[in-house]
Every structure is written in structure tokens, then in C-alpha cells.
Ligand binder design. Structure first.
Ligand code: COA
Length: 384
């Protein structure tokens, strides 16, 4: 029995802010952003967008293509949740028109939780091969203005259908896992922006990669040389380079190269979208699928990291013919259609983001669903 990703689709915010603009206003060389952290733009959400509308936009094409037969579980991974109690997937369930006989839940552990969601989904399908699970990763990454993390903000969602006999990626059973209780990045309940010890988080990320890789190998995981590509969690895309260098050093010390060039196809989307937290590693994967060569039957590695901190390394094999399943043009059109905003508007939107009490949002987007506002503490979503 093979289980894995049967379909994958992504969405991002409707606005875009260029890091060249940020650098100019900070009076620094844009090379720090373009080359130093590997980011050129960040996606931002409009007033009537959030993690739920992005998730709906990502998942709708999957439901349209595959219907809801056998779909009995939806797992929503996020670290920018919109309610402390009600799962974001409950809103999504209605917006996607899913049947009542579906369990929905939200999971959290910083940027890692979508990988946990996939592992849970694999377990469900292993018990009942006729069931399929919709896994969604959706996040809006926000840091304080003038903080070290500001340039790495972003917004995005990836939806994946997990099933038996997948058409895109067969996920292999071995995983390497790692956890440590540290304070590298966190967001207390009274804050809408994350707190981060940036340099320390880079260090913990790499320790976690090493720990998860060693555990993966100790459990019978494949040799480093058998991976055609590795997709890394990308809080900023240069982090993937640091990860690949560290992994090559410990996993392939006699290898001639760290194969940095082979990362290129995995960073295309994240360098333009910015950090999308839980969605970031799966956007890296989608970027490889859309922009890379046909790697049918090749093994792909995944390193998933969530601050706090949890890491996991696992592998999968691309199913021959997977290219025919992709929606490359749709995502590229979505990226191109984002409305560019300047520095003043960016700052104004950042400050105005936290709204409390009842409010209506401006009608800024043209998607099938929109976040209409809050009434009596209830978030309102409208399907167009
Ligand atoms: N041209 C090219 N590169 C430049 C440059 C220029 N003009 N100016 C600086 N750089 C390079 C630096 O040498 C550095 O490279 P290195 O990491 O290989 O040493 C890189 O750009 C970043 O510069 P740095 O001074 O370290 O940036 P910073 O301290 O302002 O912030 C982070 C970097 C990652 C700490 C910051 O973006 C952050 O806090 N991000 C949020 C947390 C995060 O993403 N954590 C990752 C793990 S989850």
C-alpha cells in the first residue's frame, strides 16, 4: 500500500511589497535582502483576507477536481489562528461546501504543524484506505515594524489531499524527529506579532536538522546520496542553503559538493511570497514541482522545522506523471496579479492590522470567498 500526496494547490495574499522599498527606507543595501536572506518580495493580505480565505482559495481547486467522496477529515495547520477555541477548518468546511460527516480540527506547533498533520493523515488512510484527508497549512507571518524579522514577513496557504495510491508523492514510512523546549520564536496570546531571537532560531533550526537527520538514519532512513532534492522549511530562502550545507557536512562528509544549485527550484515561490510559516516547506515542494525538471520516480527529502522547537526529516518518491497534476499557471498568475503597495501603505496596513470589537472590512479582493468583518465577536465569511 502506498500513501501520500494525491493533489497539492496553493494560494497567497492579494498584495505585494518589494523588499527594495523597505531597504531604501531603512537606508541599507538591498543586497542584504536579495542575497543575504534570499528574499525579494513579501505577500500581504488585504483587509478582507486571512488564513481562512487563503486556505479556501488553495483548497477549492482540489475539491473541484476530486469531489468529497471518502473525504472524512480536514486538518488545518496554522500558527496565526483566528480563534482560541473554534478551529479555522470549521469556517473552511462551510466555505468549501463539505458534507456534515467530516471531522475537522486545527493543529499547532509553529511552522512544523503541517508535517504533523500529514503524518496524522497517513495514519488515518493506513487504517481505512477508502478515506482521504485534506491537510491545509495557512499562515500570515507578522513581525514588529523595525524588527530583525520584518523583512521575512509573508502570507500563504498550501492544501494537500492525502490518499492511497497518490498521484504526486508517495511518502515513505521512515521519519526522523527531534524536540527541545527553547525560546527562539514564540507569540504570546496578547500579541499579533511574533517575538523572535533571530540568530538563535537559525542555530536551533540547524541543531534540529542534525538531530532529526540522525534519528531518520537510526530508523533505517535512506542515504543522503539517494535524494534528488531536499525541500527545507524556508523562513527566508537562504535558510535552505544553510540547511543543505549543514546536512551535507554531517550526512555526506566526503561528498564533493553541497549541491546548493539543486535548491534553486525550491526557493522560487518563497523568495516572492516571504515566510508563510506552516505552508513554507510545502510551497518549497510545490516550487520544485512547478519550476523544476521532471523528477519522476526520484526521492525527495523534507526537513520541517517549527520554533520552540520541533523538527522532522522524511522522504518521498515522486509518482511518474505527477507533472500532469499541477496547476503551475494558476499560481504564477496569482503571484503576478498581486497589487503592489508602497512603503507608506505597507506601514499603514501593518499598524491598522489589529482591529478589535465589531467592524466591517473593505471589499478589496475578487476571490470566491472573503472575510467580511466581525459582528458580536463572530467572524463573518462570505462566499461570492
Ligand atoms: N549583501 C549581501 N549579503 C548581506 C549584505 C549585503 N549588502 N548585508 C548583510 N548580508 C548578509 C549577512 O552577511 C548575513 O549572511 P549570513 O547569515 O550568511 O551571515 C545575512 O545577510 C543576514 O544578515 P544579518 O545581519 O544576520 O541579518 P539580521 O540579523 O538583521 O537578520 C535574521 C537575519 C534571520 C536573524 C532575521 O531575518 C530574523 O530574525 N528572521 C526571523 C526569524 C527567522 O526567520 N528564523 C529562522 C529560523 S526559523
Amino acid at each position: 500500500m502506498t500513501i501520500g500526496i494525491h493533489d497539492i494547490s496553493a494560494a497567497t495574499g492579494s498584495l505585494v511589497f518589494a523588499l527594495a522599498d523597505l531597504a531604501e527606507h531603512e537606508g541599507i543595501d538591498v543586497g542584504k535582502y536579495h542575497r543575504g536572506i534570499g528574499q525579494t518580495e513579501m505577500s500581504l493580505t488585504a483587509e478582507d483576507e486571512d488564513i481562512v480565505t487563503m486556505a479556501a482559495r488553495a483548497a477549492a481547486p482540489i475539491i473541484e477536481r476530486h469531489g468529497t467522496e471518502g473525504l472524512r477529515t480536514v486538518i488545518f495547520a496554522t500558527e496565526s489562528g483566528i480563534d482560541q477555541s473554534k478551529a479555522a477548518s470549521v469556517f473552511l468546511h462551510r466555505l468549501l461546501g463539505l458534507p456534515r460527516a467530516v471531522r475537522v480540527v486545527e493543529v499547532k506547533e509553529a511552522c512544523y504543524s503541517a508535517t504533523a498533520a500529514i503524518q496524522f493523515a497517513l495514519g488515518i488512510v493506513a487504517r481505512r484506505a477508502d478515506e482521504r484527508v485534506l491537510v491545509i497549512a495557512s499562515d500570515v507571518a507578522r513581525y514588529e515594524l523595525n524588527s530583525s524579522g520584518e523583512a521575512t514577513q509573508g502570507a500563504g496557504a498550501v492544501a494537500m489531499l492525502i490518499s492511497e495510491n497518490p498521484a504526486v508523492l508517495e511518502i515513505e514510512p521512515v521519519s526522523g524527529v527531534w524536540t527541545d523546549d527553547v525560546w527562539d520564536f514564540w507569540r504570546p496570546n496578547d500579541r499579533s506579532t511574533a517575538l523572535v531571537d533571530g540568530r538563535y532560531s537559525v542555530q536551533v533550526y540547524l541543531e534540529s536538522l542534525e538531530g532529526a537527520w540522525n534519528d531518520y538514519r537510526a530508523h533505517g532512513g535512506a542515504d543522503f546520496s539517494s535524494f534528488a532534492r531536499v525541500c527545507y522549511h524556508q523562513p527566508f530562502t537562504r535558510m535552505a542553503v544553510k540547511g543543505q550545507q549543514r546536512l551535507a557536512r554531517i550526512a555526506d562528509p566526503d561528498g564533493e559538493s553541497t549541491d546548493i544549485d539543486r535548491l534553486a527550484d525550491t526557493v522560487e515561490y518563497n523568495s516572492r511570497i516571504g515566510n508563510s510559516y506552516t505552508a513554507s516547506i510545502y510551497l518549497a515542494f510545490l516550487s520544485l514541482l512547478d519550476n523544476g525538471p521532471d523528477l519522476s520516480a526520484e526521492r525527495i527529502g523534507f526537513f520541517s522545522y517549527g520554533s520552540g522547537a520541533v523538527g522532522e526529516f522524511f522522504g518521498g518518491v515522486l509518482v511518474p506523471g505527477y507533472k500532469s497534476q499541477l496547476r503551475t499557471e494558476e499560481l504564477q498568475n496569482m503571484l503576478a496579479a498581486r497589487r503592489p503597495i508602497g512603503y507608506d501603505e505597507y506601514r499603514h496596513r501593518h499598524i491598522a492590522y489589529d482591529r478589535v470589537g465589531d467592524f466591517e472590512t473593505a471589499d478589496e479582493t475578487h476571490g470566491d470567498v472573503r472575510f467580511a468583518g466581525v459582528e458580536q465577536h463572530k467572524r463573518l465569511y462570505e462566499a461570492r
